[in-house]
Design a binder for this molecule. Structure first.
Ligand SMILES: [Zn+2]
Length: 1174
């Protein structure tokens, strides 16, 4: 169906509802573009007696406007040389060196003259007959699937593969663990080595320090292991009373699993030397394992010529390599209990991932020799080299710790999905930890904001600042105020309290919410944030029931729901005037590169149809947004596209030093009214500049022009700037090439992230004051200083997109899909956000794309549905366990139709006096989101190495505090991780290795600045997949089901030469093809007969009519729709050049840029923690 068909169906809100089911707000059903929702609100039209005491808006500071330019502006227009009403389509752009004389066009001398625009000149009504509606034939180009436009969040969580069913999947469920920090390649016995599911409270992993010979697997759900396992095993110390321990005497280096101390299960045991080393991973595939092909064609390891200097993976077809460094210790015969495991489930241990067994059987693995077990090697954890100071590869152990014995992100994700994916998350209970972002779940709002809007690092916060400091766990919330909801969930209701505006606390100005306490029979309410008592306005009075609850509790969203909207009164508007609808201005670089690459033509063609899909309010026939057009190189060309013109008119401003808008009337127009003129303009632009020789561009004047146009029209809006090069032309904001890779790893590296001039900061400030949001599409062929060009985008809440070496054939799909989504997505303009908190904590720091002119208000010229703001909280007083802590996020914004609204999100958290409660209710994904943003801001002011060290130190303190205060007594040599944070080391390592903090040789300065900016606005789901990409074995996909194949861990050793994999991180999709993939599969997927014939320049997969091709393409399409940006598809052939790039994303391995492997980093963290504890 067409977007334009959307009828307004919003029912009035206000019928008494017996529960929460009753808010029958229309969902996005039927929307062609669920990811780009249009607002539909059922207005509440309750009785509104004349209560005339509007509370003055707090947290909003109306702009004082801008001083008019005192000096007369010069107009350089070449329109005088054109026939009237002609754009001069065959005329080349004027030479900037010779400014044409001022024409008869009206020359504004100040802002007063502009004010006529925006009042009546532009109609938003039904198009006149002279400008007939010419919608593009149907809406296909914008339908999900055809245009790959991202759809709603539902699909994000859908079809993510079945819950783990196999033993192998369970193997990855490492809940409690003891990792011997020794050179061991032998896996722990399967089926015993994992702890209770995540629903079982706190489980910790123990990291046995000095080559513990004891393996103490335990799982609560499994009960005691067969007695034969533990019999005869020498225990270094007796188990605690009541312990259920299955101990397995294993070789010294084998990581053992310790039961979680806090569950009353005993600790793991001190190291014992000289234990035997088991053979690993030999034998036939286990029952239930699926083979993608004949085992012989599926070697377990990818050999990558040349092998990276120090990866821990690589082909191991020779003798076992666990004892690679140092003389092997004596071998020991296998323990009796060990054999049982080998026959039972042991072989699966090396099958690292669900559904991944096929690659391994029959193939020698490291340490997997049949026959005598390979010699074990002990390694003193204290001698483990720091990941930052690695030993030469040849001295390094290949595997000191079995990667399967350390916490697996895949397993944690799978467990959460199976444990929490089936039931809706009901928000009625304070301090509930929501399911992970990778789990597909529905949310029922019963008084707290959905985790789609707010996620916290912990849902149980320490009562005192001393406790908080001791733990070092940052208290932060990641807030996405305009998040897109899946169709099954209700949008926030729009509540209209009439002329008096929303009911608020008299003192702190918090908005009415479910936590306000009504007293004195309902005549007053006590504020849940500041305790102040406020009179209930007469029109808002309602009686209380016997429990003290208002009888209209369920009728009012603001009393019963966590999230809702208020219609704002004129007091919440700039200059006490209701806003005009916003405008979009498209500003196209028409310099040589832009024209030659085909970009200008592409943009113009696309805009012809895209303009029919501007955001609309749900009940509106057409968008209220007006549009305008500018082209530029070193001069600017404005276009008059007034509907009464037969042809568009061009006006050139070549004096870019003092930018102004040369036309008042006809610059910002209604699309339907000016349809034919706009179409004519978009046809003519590519022709006009086809022969341009101009290579230089300006940049700041372009933004200034857009800003001035919005000022003149007295509206907010968005600039879409399509830009190709470093702006070196003489103009304000002119830049020089100051890229210098030699600065990397020096104290001056931070300058690479800083803007080279403060000019853009000041410009950004002006833009924010006007509500001028800047979206930037960059197409560089060389350095263009993203760090500087991105400043205005960043501070106005805009989005930045970068297409390096843009080529029409390979990049147009990506660019067009990004552009479509960016133009259509929901955005609030002229936004101000304030976060209020209950007494005891307060918001102290903010991360994201915004501007702040004071310490409390986050200002954004535009805030779209994808942007998040991360807020950090600090104590300013004691909290109480009884009352908990409350957050209220209030976002004041202008909707796409020009309506002023307040969106309110409330969240209640628990408070604790025991550190264990804090650690039990943390969310690592959110913690990583915060830490990444904190670190990425840190590089602006500190050396990158210092930032990395600080991150490591803070996380070590977090884990050491847990170890010291929450874990039951155990050997100091154990690494014990809190259950909720067991992935902290692996994820932290990914942040440390990211391009911003540790760039590889191929990463450009612009890439780093770009990534830095992107991450700063990412939500938790985006940072999760960005730092730990999703890796899917495509050859394991079930072509008959909708599900995705189960993900595997990001390590080269998980890849099989006989398989094809997909890796996505939110920006890129790689399809990796092993050298031994069966010919039939290659034929089906690529339409080629051999590996050698696969083209690695493909940017899309060929459309072939067979089940495998369809399945893979549907997976790619589905992933594209889940992400806020269209991902670049890159085909990587094993052993090909591009494989180096691909390996960069195998984040559990050691990286080429020196980043530690997961295993090495875990050892390093352990060392850090031990130092803190000693
Ligand atoms: Zn208050």
């Amino acid at each position: 169906m067409s977007v334009n068909q959307q009828a307004h169906t919003g029912p009035p809100y206000g019928q008494p509802q017996p529960g929460y089911q009753g808010y029958q707000q229309p969902a996005y059903r039927g929307q062609p573009l669920p990811g780009v929702p249009q607002s539909q609100y059922g207005a509440y039209n309750g009785p509104m007696p004349g209560y005339q005491q509007p509370a003055p808006p707090q947290g909003y500071f109306p702009s004082l406007g801008f001083p008019s330019k005192g000096s007369p502006v010069s107009l350089n227009s070449d329109t005088s040389s054109l026939p009237p009403n002609s754009i001069g389509s065959l005329r080349p752009p004027p030479a900037s060196g010779a400014p044409p004389p001022a024409s008869g066009a009206s020359v504004p001398s100040g802002h007063v003259a502009y004010s006529q625009l925006g009042h009546g000149d532009v109609q938003n009504g039904i198009p006149t007959s002279t400008a007939p509606v010419q919608r593009p034939p149907a809406s296909q180009p914008f339908l999900p699937g055809s245009a790959h436009t991202p759809v709603s969040q539902t699909s994000t969580f859908q079809q993510y593969g079945p819950p783990p069913a196999s033993v192998q999947q369970l193997i990855n469920h490492v809940a409690g663990m003891t990792v011997g920090s020794t050179t061991v390649s032998a896996p722990p016995p399967a089926g015993l080595g994992y702890g209770p599911p995540t629903s079982v409270p706190p489980v910790s992993g123990s990291f046995s320090a000095t080559g513990s010979g004891l393996y103490t697997p335990y799982t609560a759900s499994q009960g005691p292991p067969p007695s034969s396992v533990s019999e005869g095993l020498p225990l270094a110390q007796p188990p605690f009373p009541g312990q259920l321990i299955s101990t397995q005497r294993l070789p010294t280096q084998v990581p053992g699993f310790a039961p979680p101390p806090s569950t009353g299960i005993g600790p793991s045991y001190p190291p014992t030397a000289g234990a035997p080393r088991p053979p690993t991973m030999t034998g036939p595939p286990l029952p239930g394992q699926t083979l993608a092909g004949p085992p012989t064609s599926q070697p377990n390891h990818v050999s990558s010529p040349p092998p990276p200097p120090s990866t821990m993976s690589g082909p191991h077809h020779g003798p076992p390599i666990s004892g690679l460094h140092g003389p092997p210790p004596p071998t020991h015969p296998p323990q009796p209990g060990y054999q049982m495991q080998q026959n039972g489930s042991f072989g699966q241990v090396r099958g690292p991932q669900p559904n991944y067994g096929g690659a391994y059987p029959g193939v020698p693995n490291y340490g997997s020799q049949p026959g005598p077990p390979p010699p074990p090697k002990r390694l003193d954890p204290d001698s483990i080299p720091s990941p930052l100071n690695e030993l030469p590869p040849q001295q390094k152990p290949r595997h000191r710790i079995d990667p399967d014995a350390i916490p697996s992100p895949i397993q944690v994700i799978e467990d959460d999905r199976s444990n929490r994916g089936s039931e809706p998350f009901v928000t009625g209970v304070r301090g509930q930890v929501p399911p992970l972002v990778t789990t597909n779940f529905l949310v029922k709002d019963q008084g707290n904001a959905s985790p789609r809007y707010i996620r916290c690092t912990s849902y149980n916060i320490p009562c005192t600042s001393d406790m908080a400091k001791q733990s070092q766990v940052p208290l932060a919330a990641v807030i996405k105020p305009l998040a897109t909801l899946p169709p099954e969930e209700n949008l926030p209701y729009l509540v209209d309290h009439g002329e008096s505006g929303p009911v608020r606390c008299n003192r702190c100005k918090a908005y009415m919410c479910p936590f306000m306490q009504f007293i004195e029979g309902g005549r007053r309410f006590q504020c849940c944030f500041c305790s102040c008592v406020t009179e209930v306005p007469p029109h808002y009075f309602q009686h209380l029931d016997h429990t003290g609850k208002r009888v209209d509790f369920y009728d009012r969203p603001e009393l019963s729901l966590g999230s809702y909207e208020f219609l704002a009164t004129v007091d919440y508007c700039k200059n006490n005037k209701f806003p005009s609808p916003p405008a979009f201005i498209f500003m196209i670089d028409v310099s040589y590169n832009a024209v030659k690459s085909g970009l200008v033509r592409l943009i113009c063609e696309e805009l012809k149809s895209l303009l029919d899909y501007l955001p609309r309010e749900g009940n509106m026939e057409e968008s209220a947004i007006r549009v305008g057009f500018v082209t530029y190189n070193k001069v600017l060309h404005f276009y008059n596209v007034k509907s009464s013109l037969a042809q568009p008119q061009m006006m050139v401003v070549s004096d870019v030093a003092d930018m102004f808008v040369p036309l008042l009337d006809g610059f910002l127009v209604n699309v339907n009214e000016s349809r034919t003129v706009i179409a004519s303009l978009l046809d003519q632009i590519p022709e006009m500049f086809a022969d341009t020789r101009e290579t230089e561009t300006v940049f700041a004047p372009v933004i200034q022009a857009g800003l001035e146009a919005l000022k003149a029209a007295e509206c907010a809006g968005k600039l879409f700037i399509f830009h190709t090069s470093l702006p070196i032309a003489e103009a304000p904001g002119k830049l020089k090439n100051r890229d210098d890779r030699k600065l990397i790893n020096t104290d001056k590296e931070k300058t690479l992230f800083q803007p080279q001039t403060s000019f853009y900061n000041n410009l950004a400030k002006d833009c924010v004051a006007q509500g001028c949001c800047v979206d930037l599409f960059l197409f560089p062929n060389q350095y263009l200083d993203v760090a500087t060009l991105g400043v205005v985008t960043y501070q106005t809440g805009g989005s930045i997109y970068k297409y390096a070496y843009f080529q029409l054939e390979t990049d147009q799909d990506r660019f067009l899909n990004d552009l479509r989504r960016d133009v259509q997505k929901e955005v609030g303009f002229d936004a101000v956000m304030r976060v209020r908190t209950s007494t005891g904590i307060r918001a102290t720091d903010f991360f994201g794309a915004f501007y702040m002119s004071n310490t409390t208000d986050v200002e954004m010229a535009g805030l779209d549905c994808d942007k998040t703001i991360t807020v950090e909280f600090k104590h300013d007083d004691k909290l109480s366990e009884d009352s908990g802590a409350l957050l209220q996020c209030a976002l004041l914004y202008t909707s796409c139709a020009g309506q002023r609204r307040l969106r309110i999100h409330n969240l209640s958290l628990n408070c604790c006096t025991q550190l264990a409660d804090l650690y039990r209710n943390c969310e690592t994904d959110t913690l990583i989101n915060y830490l990444a943003k904190y670190a990425y801001r840190g590089v602006l002011s500190s050396p990158v190495k210092a930032v990395r060290d600080a991150l490591i130190s803070q996380c070590a303190q977090i884990l050491a505090c847990y170890r010291k205060n929450c874990a039951s007594p155990s050997s100091a040599g154990q690494l014990i991780l809190p259950e909720c944070m067991k992935l902290l080391p692996v994820y932290l390592n990914c942040v440390l290795k990211s391009d911003v903090l540790q760039p590889g040789p191929d990463v450009t300065t612009d890439d780093r600045a770009y990534i830095r900016q992107l991450v700063t606005s990412m939500d938790v789901a985006e940072t999760n997949v960005f730092f730990y990409p999703r890796l899917l074995p495509l050859t394991k996909a079930d072509v008959d089901s909708d599900s995705l194949p189960a993900a595997i861990r990001n390590s080269e050793e998980r890849l099989s030469k006989g398989d094809i994999y997909l890796l996505e991180n939110g920006l890129n999709i790689f399809v990796w093809v092993g050298v031994n993939v069966q010919q039939g599969l290659l034929q089906n997927l690529f339409g080629v007969s051999s590996f050698g014939h696969i083209s690695n320049t493909l940017s899309t997969l060929p459309v072939l009519e067979n089940p495998f091709s369809k399945k893979v393409r549907s997976i790619v399409d589905m992933l594209q729709m889940q992400r806020s940006r269209y991902m670049k598809l890159i085909i990587v052939k094993q052993e090909d050049k591009l494989e180096m790039l691909f390996r960069h994303f195998l984040v559990e391995d050691k990286s080429l840029s020196g980043g530690a492997s997961y295993v090495d980093f875990l050892c390093h963290m352990h060392k850090e923690i031990r130092q803190l504890l000693s």
